[in-house]
Design a protein around this ligand. Sequence first.
Ligand SMILES: NC(=O)c1ccc[n+]([C@@H]2O[C@H](COP(=O)([O-])OP(=O)(O)OC[C@H]3O[C@@H](n4cnc5c(N)ncnc54)[C@H](O)[C@@H]3O)[C@@H](O)[C@H]2O)c1
Length: 436
Amino acid sequence: MLRNLIAKKRARIGIVGLGYVGLPLAVEIAAKGFKVTGIDIDEARVRSINKGISFISDVESPVLKKYVRQKLINATTDQSLLKRCDVILICVPTPVSVNKEPDLTPVIKSSQWIQKYLRKDQLIILKSTTYPETTERVLLPILEAAGLKVGRDFYLAFCPERIDPGNKRFGVVNTPVIIGGVTKKCTRIAAFFYKQFVEGVHPVSSPRSAEMTKLLENTFRNVNIALVNEFAQLCERMGGIDIWEVIEAARTKPFGFMPFFPGPGVGGHCIPIDPYYLSWKAREYDFHTVFIELSARINEEMPYFVVNKTIDVLSQSGVCPKKAKVLLLGIAFKRDISDLRDSPALKVYQIIEPRVGLVKYHDPHIPVLRTDHREVRSVKLNSKEIKKYDIVVILTDHSAYDYDMITKNARLIVDTRNAVQDGPRIFKLGAKADRL
Ligand SMILES: NC(=O)c1ccc[n+]([C@@H]2O[C@H](COP(=O)([O-])OP(=O)(O)OC[C@H]3O[C@@H](n4cnc5c(N)ncnc54)[C@H](O)[C@@H]3O)[C@@H](O)[C@H]2O)c1
């Protein structure tokens, strides 16, 4: 029986999709003594994992190598190995199309693989973020087409991934998980599996509730970031009010307020994308998710706002923007990670380039920036280099930066993250517009 196999750590675990979600999960499950087979369509990733070389900053290569050597983790492109797996976790991407519509192709493809090899007593858990009803209306019909019945022959649940890449305090093990099974038995067995390697499990009544929980969490962040970005713009307009000082003051309230911070926009595979899954689904019910649209509008405007501010600072400091040399610091979408997906810093790069003389970037986590048409290298960051530029724009506040050195050597700084101390040549987002 599956429960016994799990209890004795003899259940084989399959993870479909070995990215920011799948690989850290593989490592934590292997750490508890389970054998994990990772299945991915990307051959380079599979080779890298089998050599014990991690491409995800939250997974240390020596740790991965240890489990690969102990034969607790192996990766493959061979989907037929799904047959051997007792528990299968689906961690594939859920992107949106250019028109911001959900693209479930990877989820559908991986479910079709699983259906091909589905057998009795297997537990399938969808981890990818998606709109409510995906598990029951998209996955379930594909899987049951194998001729097996959910809750009796096999088990299906949705368990949203809540990982926060780069977060040193909360990871896979100490972040509670939400689990919603298609039947009560599905929930119980999925919760039992998760209890083997995470500290907290919170079951809900259905996959739809679990899917909606994840979307509430991400939309909550999106809306609050938009709110504080709007306040930042207003503080600039009003002059003399510093949004950073205002947030510090507001957060002294011990209840009813939690701080969110302004910045050049939102990025990554989740916050800018997931709300669109919900707004798309809501339309099926004649419902318009006004908060989602509104916050997207504000957050997507932020890179333009940062570029306009930079151009203003240059011109009002006597530098002709068209001849200006600009250094962008931090290209990843957030601090201390190497994830570039939907990074607002990339947007800033794109928008500012035709408006100034020269743009270079530095990011300790991204040595080379590859776009469709070219490859750009990160400059070396030292006092000599910084002095070459008319302005430095801090877009992502990596902790590896020596901010004193940057402040001492930069002629002008636009700081979108409140990373440096106030000063006469420093122009913070949401503040100090009055000094221009
Ligand atoms: N990155 C995060 O911080 C985060 C956090 C919570 C939830 N999520 C959600 O988790 C899911 C995965 O995100 P991610 O960041 O790990 O993505 P990722 O792009 O880092 O990794 C996905 C992996 O799946 C592989 N893949 C794509 N199609 C496949 C298929 N048909 N079969 C097998 N493998 C396939 C890709 O090659 C890639 O290695 C998404 O739904 C995302 O919204 C991500």
